[in-house]
Design a protein around this ligand. Structure first.
Ligand SMILES: Cc1cc2nc3c(=O)[nH]c(=O)nc-3n(C[C@H](O)[C@H](O)[C@H](O)COP(=O)(O)OP(=O)(O)OC[C@H]3O[C@@H](n4cnc5c(N)ncnc54)[C@H](O)[C@@H]3O)c2cc1C
Length: 535
């Protein structure tokens, strides 16, 4: 059993920011946990393109307008304004001053501002094409330097401890749902412990791994969303799964993201015979149209002509040396699988990339469950609406990580040194009678079935028939997996599988309920709405 004032589940940019901000008060005891053995392992680590800052010819009003336009009429103007106004200042304070991240500059020492799709200004700060690695290394060093933060890796949160669900007090049923920490599986010991906390922050990131093609690393399986859903949290906008237009389509390196910044620097999409097709779909923005538009255009080209990929050409648009300097990571990763991006076009396909929906939270990251906050990709602040503007998710993690900490600090300050919830009230994890070890073949097989169903029926292009087929098959699998879970000893893989089937159903059902195509939720059996325009 571990106890702490604030338990943060997940140490990507959002969780790490909340921890650093809370720990400014030396009295606070903060525990941050991750299922990964290397605490830097997270979606944050793989971010390439960069993070939105504020360049000289830019303003919060211009950024706000771009976020709202990309969000296709479904972004919360209040949340988007908070991001646009507070983000750039927090970037300086937390990433540059506290975490020591050094963004790229030119020879005169001036910041280099990158361009990305649907941005009306060059405003993206980056560290080559390994911005996420620079950010997470800086944040981790800052966390390790902070004595009142305890970091634990190799531990998987299994379920939130919520009352009345986990209370032995029968009267708890008459009070609103409240969170008191989490049951946590220690992957080395193979035991589950109770981590009690006054306040819990979910910062577990996205769910790209429920799709067959994805840019996300293996940990992105929607754990936090499933836990919150089981506890009774409100989930919003789950149908809005953003597909990145350009993931590498070469065996052995599928899913490697080819950053939007490649198109920002002049890269052009071509059909395999060489036709630049984006002007046919978006005469105004062409290759820099919003992600959903580009991803659907690629999908359409592939489906209409039977291509298994399209091409992204940067080789003829930028000098080879400049390509290697600006995109060292993409260059070297592609070279490993035989594609020299400075000499030849890159084969690409769309892939699941970012979850715009999530646990519904307010402008301070508060969920509808008492003492439970959600920040970063797992949350739905409303900023992204139906389609996220590039390079705003790292910024959202910073802003809501920081805001949630501010709010928690106020709450803990005003409630005084109240004792933690009584341990005797919370039952121990009960594994009695479970003897079978989880069969990895079953876990892998079921996971692949989920990924295939989601890719084919709840993917880029949806319809009533595809969605109801997906839901029937997912429900059947849910029953199988729930039985498997209830009769087998716990493991990280089994936890992930149980969560993956839960969130797959959440996404599929949200997609079925919403009959209106908008942003990245596209149903070919309905009208398409962008803002208030019918398309
Ligand atoms: C390839 C790629 C490129 C991207 N490029 C950009 C970009 O250029 N700009 C941008 O703004 N965004 C980009 N994004 C999106 C952005 O990286 C993510 O949205 C953001 O990093 C999410 O941060 P987070 O803190 O919410 O979650 P994450 O960084 O994913 O962190 C989640 C944490 O939760 C932990 N966790 C998960 N489940 C459990 C559990 N059950 N128990 C314990 N711990 C758990 C994980 O181990 C991890 O520590 C990119 C994403 C990808 C995949």
């Amino acid at each position: 059993m571990a106890d702490t004032q604030v338990l943060i589940i997940g140490c990507g940019i959002a969780g790490a920011t909340a921890a650093l901000r809370l720990a400014r008060n030396p009295k606070r005891r903060v525990t941050i946990i991750t299922r990964a053995s290397d605490p830097e392992e997270s979606n944050t680590r793989y971010a390439q393109g960069g993070i939105v800052g504020r360049s000289l010819d830019d303003s919060s009003e211009l950024l706000l307008a771009d976020i709202l336009a990309a969000g296709a009429g479904a972004s919360s103007p209040v949340a988007a304004r908070i991001l646009a106004e507070e983000g750039p200042q927090l970037l300086r304070e937390i990433l540059e001053d506290t975490a020591g991240v050094v963004f790229d500059r030119d020879q005169q020492g001036e910041r280099l501002w990158g361009q990305e799709a649907a941005h009306s200004r060059r405003r993206i700060l980056h560290v080559g094409d390994e911005t996420g690695q620079a950010i997470i290394s800086g944040l981790m060093s800052a966390l390790r330097r902070t004595p009142n933060i305890r970091i634990e890796s190799n531990v998987t949160a299994v379920d939130l401890i919520t009352f009345p669900h986990h209370s032995r007090d029968p009267l708890a049923s008459y009070r609103s749902i409240s969170c008191h920490g989490s049951y946590v599986f220690n992957r080395q010991e193979k035991t589950v412990h109770r981590y009690l906390a006054d306040v819990t922050i979910l910062a577990t990131g996205g769910l790209g791994r429920i799709y067959r093609n994805t840019t996300n690393p293996p940990g992105a399986r929607g754990d936090g969303l499933a836990m919150a859903h089981r506890a009774g949290a409100r989930i919003a906008n789950a149908e809005y799964v953003q597909f990145h237009p350009t993931a590498l389509a070469v065996p052995g390196a599928e899913g490697l993201l080819i950053s939007e910044a490649v198109r920002g620097e002049g890269g052009v999409l071509l059909t395999p015979p060489g036709h630049p097709f984006m002007a046919d779909y978006s005469p105004e923005w062409k290759d820099l149209a919003p992600r959903d538009v580009v991803a659907r255009a690629i999908h359409h080209e592939m489906e209409a002509h039977g291509y298994s990929y399209v091409l992204l050409d940067i080789a003829t648009r930028m000098p080879a040396a400049a390509i290697r300097k600006r995109f060292p990571y993409i260059y070297s990763e592609c070279l490993k699988v035989g594609v020299d991006i400075s000499r030849e076009p890159i084969p690409v396909v769309p892939a699941a990339h970012y979850f715009c929906g999530g646990v519904l939270v307010d402008e301070w990251g508060r969920s509808n469950i008492e003492n439970l906050y959600a920040v970063g990709e797992i949350s739905c602040t409303g900023v992204h609406g139906a389609n996220r503007l590039a390079s705003t998710s790292l910024l959202e993690g910073l802003v809501w990580g920081s805001r949630s900490a501010q709010d928690i600090e106020q709450q803990l300050e005003s409630s005084g040194p109240e004792p933690l919830v009584d341990l005797n009230v919370v039952p121990r994890w009960d594994e009695s009678g479970l003897t079978a070890d989880p069969d990895p073949a079953l876990i892998q097989g079921d996971m692949q079935t989920i990924q295939n169903i989601m890719w084919h029926y709840v993917g880029l292009v949806r319809s009533a028939d595809r969605l109801s087929r997906a839901i029937r098959e997912l429900r059947h699998l849910w029953n199988e997996i729930e039985t498997f879970y209830r009769t087998t000893k716990l493991s990280d893989g089994l936890t992930g599988l149980r969560n993956a089937i839960e969130v797959a159903l959440i996404v599929a059902q949200a997609a079925q309920h919403n009959r209106q195509s908008r942003g990245c939720h596209y149903r070919h059996d309905s009208v398409y709405l962008e803002g208030d325009r019918l398309i």
